[in-house]
Design a protein around this ligand. Sequence first.
Ligand code: UGA
Length: 440
Amino acid sequence: MALKITVIGTGYLGATHAAAMAELGFEVLGLDVVPEKIELLSSGRVPMYEPGLEELLAKHVAGIEGSSGRLRFTTSWEEVGAFGDVHFVCVNTPQKHGEYACDMSYVDAAFASLAEVVREGALVVGKSTVPVGSAERLVGVLPEGVELAWNPEFLREGFAVQDTLHPDRIVVGVQDERAEKLMREVYAGPVGDGSPFVVTDFPTAELVKTSANSFLATKISFINAMAEVCEAAGGDVVKLAEAIGYDDRIGAKFLRAGIGFGGGCLPKDIRAFMARAGELGADQALTFLREIDSINMRRRGQMVEMAREALGGSTFLGRRVAVLGATFKPDSDDVRDSPALNVAGQIHLQGGQVTVYDPKGMDNARRLFPTLGYAESALEAVRGADVVLHLTEWREFRELDPAALAEVAASRVILDGRNALDSERWRTAGWTYRAMGRPR
Ligand code: UGA
């Protein structure tokens, strides 16, 4: 009989994982403690913008016409315990308020609830990003006869469905062969399609996740450090990235210089990793991550300075600043630790009149930064602006007509915080175009 799967926590990770498991042919039950989320998901909708996810849900959620009916959602732990052969824990591990360490309270609560209801012989699989050593501790929370595997997730927002169905690799930390066998059964589809399957112990599996995100953050801060040197020396970081990226050992990806990384993962993961290394007495090994973090934060400040300079160098008071982009990256409505909103907020605090437009992130941005100004289109945001800041590289912004915007702007200066616009198009339409790490 096919395995029955539950997914606990229905954020980006859980909702996508649940839909993907149904797509792979399993019967799936998703649980969340927030009833409104369950109601929404049960009607095939998601509380966030993630391309392709609603289509996949509609294909499988029970009760939707023409669906496979393999996917259901609940708030009942009893139902989850009775249903599942394999339980995936996909809850959030945010940064603790005012600290570097990550907040394990959702993971701990999920394990405690699951431990009360889980059937003997079932497998619990941790997917949340946790400090190394957590799995070893959590296995002790589960009753006798219930096993644990650790299976970190590497999906990117905006590509969640594709990354879940066709992962670059599947990593599982196990303590015995039975858990490995069950995990192989769950992932037979993607492994059959060529995804490498890496079996290891708990600590290594946990570390693969945090080290992968640390490496990505390091690559971005490295190229942003080169942007700083280019700014000082008159070089062009975009050409530099292209040229070093041709070396296979370096690779061209994640070398886009700009206002740096944000979101719910990279920033908090490198901080939690440093905090955990400190607890383990290995803090020296990760001191470089402190530098990665500070280069990253510095680039946001540099964007504010570029804007100040574009406005004549002294004050933002009474000046109108258009901000294109609010999300931490395109194809997402996520504004958690968004570099774009951070820059907008800094300018606002210094007296600038900021107007933000984003294709998908407006509602979340308004909730987080209610005091900023918002416009319903890029054209409206730019109307009357003394300077335009391009801070999230949405396709919509690349396709804007610089000539049309030139007609409504008070001053034709655009600062590209993502090195993503076609500078020649903007210059031809009469704009002064400046970007980070590039000559004027
Ligand atoms: C990241 C990882 O890429 C995923 O593999 C991982 O699973 C996920 O975190 C997680 O831990 O859950 P995500 O947060 O969706 O995924 O975003 P990324 O695509 O990694 O982008 C992160 C930030 O880096 C964005 O703000 C983006 O604008 C910035 N970035 C990215 C750059 O500034 N330059 C680049 O060259 C690439």
